[in-house]
Design a protein. Structure first.
Length: 290
């Protein structure tokens, strides 16, 4: 595995209300698996909406090294001509999967439920609606409309919900910081063994920006200050974790003073158009020197 190179410090300041329509790329883990399953299948697999982040592109290179024909036809549109499990060849050189955990764990189980974050946000008082509900690729999908919700409240997030939103707790903690009262999140020990110890990383950064955080081995609690009341003004360590970097930049949008991250480079591994997309919605993200 390898890193992304020279650190890229970034800063996000208070933003006017974000407006517009955002088309987000596909899921990173599913993109990895689509390429791998396509390589292990026999015949042609056509993929639409592939997330073309650094890690996924490394997986594409790895599948080519194993003997599969992997071709890009346009943004997000790829085909894989698989050779079957028995047809995979031994690579001539060491395979570099970048910073991808999925690429080196092809047999991990898939959880079909990913709606935990939306349910939690609605329980906190977020104005979210689902429109144009439909089925794509055998899965239910919809367009999500989010409206400004200044009166969100802290809640006790049920432990059983963790499986359906484990990767979303960093951004949930940012929402919790801007809600009123305590948001308690339990059953989340897995966060300590992700790309970083995400509980510790978020706790450090939130405290540095004026937010009270308590934590235990498998739980944490954020005491929210209410919308627009987070002081901000600190630089946060990302620990080479893309979700930590994006979460703290988003914290900056709603803080009194700008929030910086020491390295936003890892964002490219999962969401290479993050800066552009947020800028199109009216957010203020800039690359800075240190």
């Amino acid at each position: 595995m390898s890193g992304h190179g020279t650190p890229i410090p970034m800063q996000a300041g208070h933003a006017n209300p974000l407006t517009g329509e955002a088309h987000v790329p596909g899921d990173k883990s599913i993109s990895h698996r689509s390429l791998m399953f396509g390589a292990m299948a026999v015949g042609k697999t056509e993929i639409f909406g592939l997330l073309e982040g650094e890690d996924v592109l490394d997986t594409a290179k790895a599948m080519r090294a194993f003997g599969a024909e992997v071709t890009q036809h346009g943004p997000g549109h790829w085909t894989v001509h698989g050779v079957g499990v028995g047809g995979l060849a031994e690579p001539d050189t060491v395979i570099d999967c970048g910073n991808s955990g999925t690429g080196v764990r092809p047999n991990i189980g898939l959880n079909p439920t990913r709606s935990g974050l939306f349910i939690t946000l609605q329980e906190m008082g977020a104005d979210l609606t689902f429109e144009n509900e439909r089925e794509e690729g055998g899965e239910p999908v919809a367009d999500l409309r989010a409206r400004y919700s200044p009166n969100m409240k802290g809640i006790n997030v049920p432990e059983h919900r963790a499986a359906s939103m484990i990767d979303e707790y960093p951004i949930l903690s940012v929402v919790a910081a801007n809600a009123t009262g305590v948001t308690h999140m339990g059953g989340v020990h897995e966060l300590r063994v992700k790309e970083s110890d995400r509980i510790d990383a978020m706790a450090q950064g939130l405290r540095a920006n004026g937010v009270s955080v308590d934590e235990g081995e498998d739980w944490w609690a954020v005491t929210g200050l209410g919308a627009g009341n987070v002081p901000g003004g600190a630089t946060c360590e990302t620990f080479l974790d893309h979700r930590i970097a994006m979460s703290f930049l988003i914290l900056g949008f709603a803080s009194k003073s700008a929030v910086a991250v020491n390295d936003g480079g890892p964002i490219a591994t999962s969401f290479p158009i993050f800066e552009q997309l947020m800028g199109d919605l009216g957010a203020n993200i800039e690359r800075i020197s240190v």
